[in-house]
Design a protein around this ligand. Structure first.
Ligand code: AOF
Ligand code: ZN
Length: 391
């Protein structure tokens, strides 16, 4: 177009550019044409470190310019709106607030955002999606409207809902969102008949698998996997300070050796989940090795994984990554514990009656009862395919 810069052409934040309340607004960037997309980008900067709270971003726009922006960084810390409004200061008066989640109207660890929005004199609020927290759930929007603020809900709703999915499941059910991660051969095997499993998937898939650990609050395997692979279950990523999920081993008979790698390098103690009547001496040995023993009921001899999920939810875990092996995946399947599936399929065939299948257990006898996934997607990842689907 050329010519003079119009009022909507530049972000101008002369006085507050260096304010720590502004998260990452570059100085001379054009105003985002889509403030909610910018708010979503900011929300993602939390990078899963704000749990159990949701990722939330907010942008304040006045006279076509971004005058404040922020995201929620840590549970217990200021909400996205508070940061954005603080950055905007007086310029928030009469401005529009774009926020990826409905502002809260309740007092949790921090005060209600609705009160802050009203005090700042915001005239209009754009909300991407409502807060599924039963303490909020529409009350924030209602309170704003009752106070005379114009509110519109729904811009980028699908993206915003996807962003808060673990939080939404956890806050409404008390359970974490459960994702399975499986790396298998093209013929659906987790290992060869001789037990070799390193490595089936390629380096790109393995990097993605570490990214998945970073994104989850807890990661779970069965004791069979511990015995076969001796995994560390830590996140190895080339980002600064990757998140280390809580490590959980399901081990009804307490077969985990006290020297297992999964018990080392503890940021938090590894949970070893067992059933009533597990051998006391093994319990003591695992506790001495630093494990935290958790007992759940086992009506049919197998640990009740739903009960375990409830316990993890109580500890604030909003997302659980189940990494196998086939027995644990089989139990999750029959106990209805799967929300998302990520399958890395390697272009190799090994065959073998005795080679473990991806999912074991008794399985689902009737096709009509099979778990049918939605939104199945395939993405090439190096030589592998990464398949994702949702319940
Ligand atoms: C917002 N903006 O940025 C976030 C919200 O304990 P608190 O005070 O941090 O409150 C946590 C609850 O607030 C959380 O469960 C969710 O309902 C909401 N999160 N709300 O207005 C934010 N992170
Ligand atoms: Zn709030």
């Amino acid at each position: 177009m050329g010519g003079r810069a119009g009022p909507t052409d530049a972000v101008s934040l002369p006085r507050r550019r260096r304010s720590p309340m502004i998260d990452t607004l570059p100085a001379a960037r054009p105003v985002p044409l889509d403030p909610m997309a910018e708010a979503l980008r900011l929300a993602r900067l939390a990078d899963h470190r704000q749990g159990p709270n949701p990722m939330v971003g907010a942008v304040v726009v006045a006279d076509g310019r971004v005058v404040g922006a922020g995201h929620h960084q840590r549970a217990g810390g200021p909400h996205a709106e508070e940061r954005a409004l603080a950055a905007a200061g007086e310029r928030a008066r009469g401005a529009t607030l774009h926020v990826t989640l409905e502002p809260c109207a309740h007092t949790g660890r921090t005060g209600p955002c609705v009160a802050r929005i009203l005090a700042a004199g915001i005239a209009r609020v754009e909300v991407a999606t409502l807060d599924p927290n039963p303490l909020v759930d529409g009350r924030g929007v209602q309170a704003l409207r009752a106070a005379g603020v114009a509110v519109a809900v729904g811009a980028h709703a699908e993206e915003a809902r996807e962003l808060i999915r673990p939080f939404a499941v956890w806050v409404t059910t008390g359970l974490p969102l459960v994702t399975w991660k499986v790396a298998m051969t093209l013929d659906g095997k987790l290992a060869t008949a001789a037990g070799e499993s390193r490595w089936i998937s390629g380096p790109e898939s393995r990097r993605r698998a570490h990214r998945l650990r970073h994104e989850h609050d807890a990661v779970l395997v069965g004791s069979g996997t511990v015995l076969a692979d001796d995994p560390e279950l830590t996140t190895r990523l080339d980002v600064a300070d990757p998140r280390q999920p809580l490590r959980v081993v399901v081990d009804g008979r307490l077969r985990t050796p006290p020297g297992a790698r999964v018990l080392r390098r503890a940021e938090h103690p590894t949970l070893v989940v067992t059933r009533p009547g597990a051998p006391a001496a093994r319990r003591a040995a695992l506790e001495a090795a630093g494990a935290e023993l958790v007992e759940v009921s086992a009506p049919d001899g197998r640990c009740d994984l739903r009960e375990l999920a409830g316990r993890l939810g109580e500890r604030g875990c909003t997302s659980l990554l189940v990494e196998g092996g086939s027995a644990v995946l089989g139990s999750c399947l029959t106990q209805g514990l799967v929300d998302r599936v990520v399958v890395f399929v390697a272009p190799i065939l090994v065959g073998g009656r005795d080679a473990p299948d991806a999912i074991g257990g008794v399985g689902i006898p009737r096709l009509a009862d099979a778990l049918r996934l939605r939104r199945l997607r395939a993405e090439p990842l190096g030589d592998d395919l990464c398949l994702t689907g949702e319940r």
